[in-house]
Design a protein around this ligand. Structure first.
Ligand code: GLN
Length: 430
């Protein structure tokens, strides 16, 4: 995603000869929609498809969900769960989510405080539209998942960006304090973090909590990668911190944990007055999430602990394979603590422009990734950064690795500004 100058008219319509004769300028799209571009992440997927590249750009699995939940979806369809559900989610699913949120996230909630949405994506925009007004400010940690920018623009709020500094991407108290003021209505949290892989600690979340209390602000927290962590890192939900009960909107979903990104089922947990507002917005945006898939997601929440352990173990192996390959190819790697992305520096690849690098990788090497600039409000901050995903089968990762060998500096001897790679793996948060 990139921002466009919303004070400028970027769209001028197409003048027909009749328009020109009568001197009429066609009315164009809203200023709101003109404030940002399409998603770069999704654009990279289209480019990978067009060029037959291995798609390590958009973070979605190329393997199937567990058989039991595929069966549950098919059964739900054949048993007649094919019409709208209650707009904010079936009772069975909301009950199951309430149980999971209590036991896993340590947030005490009941089914009246849950809204089932079309993915976490809808959960985020519905929450922001329900909470934010024009003139409000929202704090966003940077780099950030690209949807957060347009979400804030669509809700009319002004963004204040707080940098997570390399190499550890920790929340710094002083920097965060400077971003808060009396207009701050919300702070967007994302842990485990996309794109850096950082898993925020209770101590860092405590800093956010203190500021939310001081400025009467809310935390909107995207925890879609809550089950994907490595090396003993533990997921902490800011909504479980004392004092955050009434000021947290916790958003998660089924896409990543159960490898069903195309099902579009997510949910929002919020105190009742906020849930009422979120449910209204959700109703008019999408009515409800797909009914048979809500049935299947209810079954997903019954999977045993071993399922989650296996998921993490598979991703841990994928992380190891991709990290090593990227280092060999000359990328500087921040080893992720969680989620399934590798955030890299490209200084030593010889490419000074992340989009040129993306095109080169897709069209010449056959591997897709996401240009770093799409994770910053000022694209120049991400020109030497690049994101790869390892949410793929081992054979897919191996295919990408084989292709990345072609990108190895040894094969780029003609490039004048290229230097041999130094192996440097930095652990995010270390
Ligand atoms: N979260 C995924 C990513 O960052 C993609 C999600 C999406 O495209 N809706 O790649």
């Amino acid at each position: 995603m990139a921002y466009l100058d919303s004070t400028r008219h970027d769209y001028e319509g197409t003048l027909t000869s009749l328009d020109m004769q009568v001197g009429i300028m066609r009315k164009g799209p809203s200023t709101r929609a003109s404030g940002f571009t399409e998603s770069v992440i999704r654009e990279m997927t289209r480019l990978c498809q067009a060029h037959g590249a291995v798609n390590l750009a958009q973070g979605f699995p190329d393997f199937d969900p567990p058989l039991s939940i595929k069966r549950a979806a098919a059964t739900a369809i054949s048993k007649g769960y094919n019409q709208y559900s209650t707009t904010y989610g079936t009772m069975g699913l909301r009950k199951a989510i309430a149980r999971k949120v209590k036991s896993y996230n340590h947030i005490d909630c009941n089914m009246d405080e849950i809204t089932v949405t079309c993915g976490t994506t809808e959960g985020m925009i519905a929450s922001e539209l329900a909470l934010l007004d024009r003139g409000d400010e929202v704090v966003i940690f940077e780099p950030f998942y690209e949807n957060y920018g347009p979400d804030a623009i669509l809700s009319g709020a002004k963004c204040r960006y707080v940098r997570l500094r390399e190499p550890d991407f920790r929340i710094e108290e002083e920097t965060l304090k400077q971003a808060f003021n009396r207009k701050t209505k919300a702070v967007i949290i994302n842990t485990p973090h996309n794109p850096t892989g950082r898993v925020l600690t209770s101590q860092e979340l405590g800093l956010v909590r203190d500021l939310c209390q001081d400025y009467d602000s809310y935390a909107i927290t995207d925890e879609i990668y809550e089950h994907i962590m490595y090396d003993g890192h533990k997921h902490v939900s800011i909504g479980s911190l004392p004092g955050m009960e009434d000021r947290t909107i916790t958003i998660s979903g089924f896409s990543k944990t159960y490898s069903v990104t195309g099902w579009r089922v997510g949910y929002v947990v919020a105190p009742k007055p906020l849930t009422s507002a979120i449910r209204k917005v959700h109703d008019f945006l999408t009515v409800c999430a797909p009914t048979p898939l809500q049935e299947a997601c209810t079954a997903a929440l019954q999977l045993p602990e071993s399922y989650y352990e296996q998921l993490r173990e598979n991703y841990r192996k994928g992380r190891g394979m991709l990290v090593e390959s990227l280092e060999n190819a000359g990328f500087g790697v921040f080893k992720p603590e969680g989620a399934y992305y590798v955030w890299t520096t490209t200084d030593r690849t010889g490419f000074k422009d992340d989009r040129k690098l993306a095109l080169h990788l897709i069209t010449k090497v056959g591997v897709g990734g996401v240009p770093g600039s799409s994770f910053f409000h000022n694209p120049s901050h991400g020109r030497l950064r690049f994101r790869f995903s390892f949410s793929k089968k081992p054979e897919t990762i191996r295919r990408a690795i084989k292709r990345l060998e072609k990108f190895s500096p040894n094969h780029l001897s003609g490039r004048s500004d290229h230097r041999m790679p130094r192996r440097l793996a930095m652990t995010a948060g270390s």
